[in-house]
Design a protein around this ligand. Structure first.
Ligand code: FES
Length: 104
């Protein structure tokens, strides 16, 4: 588990980029759910934490692929491959992420 950010850094509708070897994008939906996915789009080198959150989907800022935050699946091209999802736990006002394995 990695301490990603304080919960208040992630208000509803916001995103947070957790830098690292494989950057992770955290999103808090308008209804308060928190999701973590790979930050780098599977199409080209765009940061999904810079994208637009719409319900439980994020739209890539570069070519508008849409990824489902719950599954990582692509809902709109041009991306074809899903992003990985990562487990999120909120404890004591801190958001923790458990990165998935490389083949997840
Ligand atoms: S870089 Fe994300 S859709 Fe092209």
């Amino acid at each position: 588990m990695i301490a990603a950010c304080p919960l208040e850094a992630l208000p509803p509708g916001a995103s947070f980029r957790l830098d690292g070897e494989n950057p992770i994008a955290l999103f808090r939906t308008e209804d308060g759910q928190i999701f973590a996915i790979d930050d780098t789009c599977t199409h080209q080198d765009a940061s999904l934490s810079d994208g637009w959150l719409d319900g439980c989907e994020v739209e890539c800022p570069l070519h508008s692929s849409r990824f489902d935050l719950r599954t990582g699946e692509v809902d709109a091209p041009p991306a074809k491959r899903a992003v990985r999802t990562h487990r999120v736990v909120v404890d004591g006002g801190t958001v923790f992420v458990e990165p998935s394995g490389c083949d997840g």
